[in-house]
Design a protein around this ligand. Sequence first.
Ligand SMILES: [Zn+2]
Length: 129
Amino acid sequence: MDVRKTKHYYDVSAGDAVCTCDYCRNYVKEIRSAYPVLAEYLETMGVDIEKPFETMPLEPDESGNITYIGSQYVVLGDSSGFEETDIAGVHIGIADSHPMTGLQEEHFVLEVSEIDLKWTIQENVQKSN
Ligand SMILES: [Zn+2]
């Protein structure tokens, strides 16, 4: 993997590609504070945890929590040097399948699973109105 190119990608263009649906907005809002150690680990690869390529949410439950069965992150370069691991109870592997990335450069897609977060995006929308 190419950490320098990956970091550049997250600094410059990954933010524009982040989905703006409620599920993804909730993920972006909550992920770093809920999984600080995972955020640090991804950062060593140049990945910004708040800029997922894809999230796979279930529905929020009645107690105000939501599970994402996975989330995906683009990493530039080839997958040599990357090894599957578990960080803070979360598995980090290479995605078997993912949507088209549209990237011309060599890259691969990480899959992080599972993620449990608070569901706070609705409250936030009401407050801001
Ligand atoms: Zn989304």
